[in-house]
Design a binder for this molecule. Structure first.
Ligand code: G3H
Ligand code: 13P
Ligand code: ZN
Length: 335
């Protein structure tokens, strides 16, 4: 276990100021998950080159895969790396994604996270409130910001599973945010985790390409929530677009991802202009990495040095992160 340290000593920031600026400015902060050094490097390079604030987030699965202490030091390394790349004042948040208990949140806060999510979305309303409030009370003592969730996304939220999506109820959000004191709220308006966000029967098909066209997000629910909580930071999980060129590359070079489908980027662009100020992207990074590696192995069957195939993988992730920042979320030039 890493020794107790404040995120401020590590050069990280919480989400407070960056969310306030993003809501006012009509853009969203990218929240990219990371598990590996290459993802971390690509995220930092992309953020520095585009002059964007960035949230680097760590799931329970990432903590298990990479080790919590290593991830925390990687985030500290990210700040120093950003400075080395020429960014005098990096705005980097280290965020716990889908925290499932008070203990996990506390352990992250104690070891240098600047922001945590407590995901009580699968719990009954009052239980979600009580758990979120407990985390907020602890986190705020250390100036750590807290994301909560109300409404359930379809699919699997780490260990929070739901057979179907239950949209957030706009009539609950004032009570929920006031009683918990949370700093931001993740809502459900039709996004979901992973590379298969909709079943083919929920979509229509483009007659020319045969590709799936997903149903639109519930913007009416988003707007009703914004009306109840004007200016309050809203978060969208499950917001990968599942770029079809990456899916095609994966399938061309031996992969099998039939009918993988994500959230169209125009819809994310529209959401980013509203009170949605944090957009979570993980699957697109996995796809970019896997596509580059599959292609590399197909073209260079003699290669076995990980640096040979992880270099194009890192470059492809960086390209994707830059594209999201500049063309979808609009968080470039906001430092
Ligand atoms: O919300 C889910 C994130 O994509 C993290 O996924 O639990 O497989 O690390 P993971
Ligand atoms: P995607 O699976 O759409 O990338 O969502 C990631 C996410 O919400 C992480 O919390
Ligand atoms: Zn999520």
């Amino acid at each position: 276990m890493a020794k107790k340290v404040s995120y401020k000593q590590l050069g990280l920031v919480n989400t407070k100021k960056m969310f306030a600026k993003a809501v006012k400015g009509g853009y969203a902060i990218p929240a990219f998950n990371f598990n590996t050094m290459e993802q971390m490097q690509a995220i930092v390079q992309a953020a520095v080159e585009t002059k964007s604030p960035v949230i680097m987030q760590v799931s329970k699965g990432a903590r298990k895969y990479a080790n919590p202490t290593i991830l925390r030091y990687m985030a500290q390394g990210a700040v120093e790396y950003a400075k080395e790349l020429g960014c005098a004042n990096p705005q980097i948040v280290l965020h716990l994604d889908h925290g499932d208990s008070f203990e996990t949140c506390k352990s992250c806060i104690d070891s240098g996270f600047s922001s945590v999510m407590i995901d009580g979305s699968s719990k009954p309303y009052e239980e979600n409130i009580a758990l979120t409030k407990q985390v907020v009370e602890y986190a705020h003592k250390f100036d750590v910001t807290v994301e909560a969730e109300r409404g359930v996304l379809a699919g699997v939220e780490d260990e929070v599973s739901a057979a179907e999506s239950h949209y957030t109820k706009p009539e609950e959000v004032i009570d929920f945010s006031t009683r918990t004191g949370c700093d931001s709220l993740a809502i459900s308006i039709g996004t979901s985790h992973g590379a298969y966000k909709f079943k083919p029967e929920q979509c229509t098909r483009d007659p020319k390409t045969g590709k799936l066209i997903p149903p639109p997000l519930a913007f009416d629910v988003l707007h009703a929530i914004e009306e109840k909580l004007p200016g309050f930071p809203i978060v969208l999980h499950g917001s990968s677009s599942v770029p079809q060129d990456e899916v095609d590359t994966i399938n061309k070079f031996g992969g099998k991802l039939p009918d993988a489908v994500g959230i169209p980027e125009e819809q994310l662009r529209e959401a980013a202009k509203s009170a949605v100020c944090k957009i979570n992207i993980d699957s697109d990074s996995r796809l970019a990495m896997t596509a580059a590696i599959r292609q590399h192995f197909a073209e260079h069957p003699d290669h076995f040095d990980p640096r040979q195939y992880l270099t194009p993988a890192r470059d492809n992730m960086k390209k994707m992160y830059i594209h999201k920042i500049v063309n979808v979320l609009g968080s470039n030039d906001k430092l």
